[in-house]
Design a protein around this ligand. Structure first.
Ligand SMILES: [Fe+2]
Ligand SMILES: [Fe+2]
Length: 272
């Protein structure tokens, strides 16, 4: 840390005052002065608005990684190597997937907890609980992938909400209490604008009678990132029991249109 000698001496009352101090007192004064300067520097930085990356900066990072950003979280490790996964039971249920493949699932559990507390419909609560689970498998277009994964088992409104929450995340709705998230400036770049198909989807949704179903997922999404919150799937037993059609053969073995997606989630280490 660089010290401005003049400012330091002035802070002690000038040269005359410094001359009267013994060596130890000077050393101590210097230490306090440096601590203060450091605190001020940290405070100044904290007060500044966060600098968000540009789209170009984010693109420049592509070649710095051994994986693509769109890979599902089951397929990459944040740090070090991936862990060995416990094999799934022969007839896996939604609970088994939550416990063994979507875990810790904090984000979706927090989101659904908020929906439950604010008295939203059971279709919306279920949509909040499931809305990002497919990120374990794949990330781009996760609204569409997620809806496809769950469509055979959930009410139509729930699948609709999952499919379109992805689009509505890009568009604020003050009346509904949804702002554009800072997180999106961070992950897409501050100068990002969504592709044409997302804009067209948004236009379609604005005039759709079910607009509020995916919109409410985004409203809960915003508040769903508290690292200290302790959440569990237990409060959703009843909603799942009433609205999730668990196949008796187990997810992945019921020949539904998305059975293969469940099998891929169950065995992500399979080479083919
Ligand atoms: Fe999402
Ligand atoms: Fe989310």
């Amino acid at each position: 840390m660089e010290i401005d000698r003049r400012a330091f001496i002035a802070s002690l009352g000038g040269t005359a005052a410094v001359c009267l101090m013994d060596h130890e007192a000077k050393a101590e004064a210097l230490e306090h002065y440096m601590e203060d300067q450091l605190d001020q520097a940290v405070e100044a930085r904290q007060g500044q608005p966060e600098r968000f990356p540009t789209v170009a900066e984010i693109e420049a990072e592509i070649e710095t990684r051994p994986f693509r950003r769109g890979a599902g979280s089951l397929f990459t490790a944040g740090r070090g190597n991936v862990a060995k996964l416990e094999p799934m039971p022969a007839r896996p249920t939604l609970h088994d997937f939550f416990r063994m493949r979507f875990a810790p699932a904090n984000h979706v559990l927090q989101s659904a907890t908020r929906a439950l507390k604010t008295g939203m419909s059971e279709e919306v609560i279920l949509a909040c609980l499931l809305h990002d689970c497919v990120l374990s498998l794949i990330k781009p277009d996760h609204g569409w992938w997620g809806a496809q994964l769950f469509e055979p088992y959930v009410p139509e409104k729930t699948a609709f909400a999952i499919r379109y929450h992805q689009t509505l995340r890009f568009y604020p709705d003050e009346q509904a209490g949804y702002e554009y998230p800072d997180q999106y400036y961070r992950i897409f770049g501050h100068d990002y604008s969504p592709p044409a198909y997302i804009e067209q989807t948004y236009k379609m949704l604005r005039n759709h009678k079910w607009y509020m179903e995916p919109r409410l997922v985004t409203v809960n999404d915003l508040y769903a990132f508290d690292p200290k919150a302790v959440v569990s799937i237990d409060p959703f037993e009843d909603v799942i029991g009433r609205h999730f059609k668990q196949p008796k053969e187990g997810l992945g073995f019921d020949n539904s249109p998305s059975a293969h997606m469940w099998r891929t989630l169950a065995r992500p280490d399979s080479p083919l």
